[in-house]
Design a protein around this ligand. Structure first.
Ligand code: HEC
Ligand code: HEC
Length: 373
């Protein structure tokens, strides 16, 4: 019996022992070396020179079965694809198979760019199907299934005949028939490594300014007057709640910015010239049963104050204005506080409020009584 296997084992043990004796793992205490099986499981790439292609074969006929059961649902019966997925087959001609350049790639009127039109290396097609398809179950195909379904796609493109068997033995001959095999250029720097392409040039060419360069640009944005209201009033198209409301584009822009720039939108600034708030504390006696302090505390607690202020308009009308308009109408106010609504004071709606009946009623009574301090 040959002593050969033992010899190899002994050598392996010796080398391993040697590495350990060196005592310097590259990343101490981090992980372990990958096993050969693990490396093999990852190392599945097939190169353009077909290095890495596993031995095997598959027929067009078997490929049709694979296609119809595992691929057609997404890519269509003939690889023409439905609306969602890009078409794999179509657009190549017998003339392209001869020339190795797909003429329709240069035809802007042609509606699609299919996989067979673009792919230059058959290894890429094989590799991609092997590693990535079916989309929902990548790496589930056997080697024979990958050969078969690749052969079927090539057959749909008229590259191999119906009775063809694609294999690692004849794949180079088929490569010589790929319609776009001459369509790929390596003469650009997207392609890595000067060993592949010594003359590569950058795709983008520019020179850095080193002297008398322009000062930093001022970025500005400008909406010409004629376009200001092109999409209707932006102020009415924003979400109802929150700080962003957009300009009132139904009016000309007020130059100079500031609070006046967006006039009717949210007059966020207090309007001092507005009708002076009544002075309920002196002018009117507080209605019986109204606890002003408690009611105002409730408007804080339920964050009504985010939108309402005592005497000036915020997002919503001032308490004073509400009190004036709906004097004595406690029931109405209690209902409106809970339901919210729009149109009484303007276009901005008040969202329904989720406070309890008692609290709504207390605030409503306070407002109906003139919103005393
Ligand atoms: C569940 C849907 C689905 C199934 C089933 C499916 N594919 Fe795909 N396929 C896709 C999607 C999506 C892409 C594009 C993926 C991407 O770009 O990341 C794609 C891309 C491809 C491409 C590359 C197209 C290109 O030009 O880049 C090929 C070739 C391909 N599929 C072949 C197959 C084959 C062969 C099968 C059956 C074994 C299959 N697909 C099954 C959804 C599917
Ligand atoms: C997100 C902003 C916002 C919040 C929060 C808010 N409101 Fe309003 N409120 C408004 C707006 C806007 C209006 C004007 C609606 C209209 O024009 O009909 C309004 C109107 C009102 C009115 C008058 C309704 C009418 O029919 O005239 C009352 C009363 C009122 N709010 C009370 C409250 C109370 C009480 C709270 C807290 C529980 C509250 N609001 C919370 C924005 C708000």
């Amino acid at each position: 019996m040959s002593r050969f296997p033992e010899l190899i084992l002994a050598l392996a043990a010796l080398t391993a022992g040697h590495a350990l004796a060196q005592g310097k793992p590259a990343y101490p205490n981090i992980g372990r070396d990958a096993t050969q099986k693990e490396v093999a499981a990852w190392d599945i790439d097939v190169r353009p020179d077909f290095k890495g292609l596993p031995a095997g074969s598959g027929t067009v006929a078997k490929g049709q079965d694979v296609w119809e059961s595992k691929c057609a649902s997404c890519h269509g019966i003939f690889g023409e694809s439905n609306q969602v997925f890009s078409p794999l087959v179509g657009g190549t001609t017998a003339a392209d198979i001869k020339s190795g350049n797909v003429a329709r790639l240069k035809d802007v009127a042609y509606p699609a760019r299919t996989t067979l039109m673009k792919v230059s290396s058959l290894s890429t097609l094989w590799d991609y199907i092997n590693r990535a398809m079916p989309w929902t179950q990548p790496k589930s195909l056997t080697v024979e299934e990958v050969y078969s379904v690749t052969a079927f796609l090539l057959n749909l493109g008229g590259i191999v005949p119906d009775n063809f068997t694609l294999s690692d033995q004849n794949i180079r001959e088929v490569q010589a028939r790929m319609p776009n095999r001459n369509g790929m250029t390596l003469a650009h720097s997207m392609w890595p490594g000067s060993e592949f392409n010594a003359n590569r040039k950058p795709d983008v060419q520019g020179t850095a300014c080193m002297k008398d360069c322009a000062v930093s640009p001022r970025v500005s944005s400008l909406l010409p007057d004629f376009a200001r209201n092109a999409h209707g009033n932006l102020a009415q198209q924003n979400r109802d709640i929150g700080a962003q409301r957009g300009a009132d584009t139904s009016r000309p822009e007020v130059k100079g910015g500031g609070a006046t720039a967006a006039p009717a939108v949210v007059a966020a600034a207090p309007a001092p010239a507005a009708a002076p708030a009544p002075t309920p504390d002196t002018a009117r006696p507080a209605a019986a049963g109204v606890d002003s302090k408690a009611a105002q505390a409730l408007t804080q607690k339920h964050t009504c104050t985010a939108c309402h202020a005592p005497a000036s308009k915020l997002v919503g009308p001032s308490w004073a204005d509400i009190a004036k308009k709906h004097s004595g109408k406690g029931d109405y106010l209690a209902g409106k506080i809970k339901s919210g609504g729009s149109g009484v004071w303007g276009a901005i709606p008040m969202p329904p409020q989720s406070l309890g009946d008692a609290d709504a009623r207390a605030i409503a009574n306070w407002l109906a009584a003139g919103a005393p301090k």
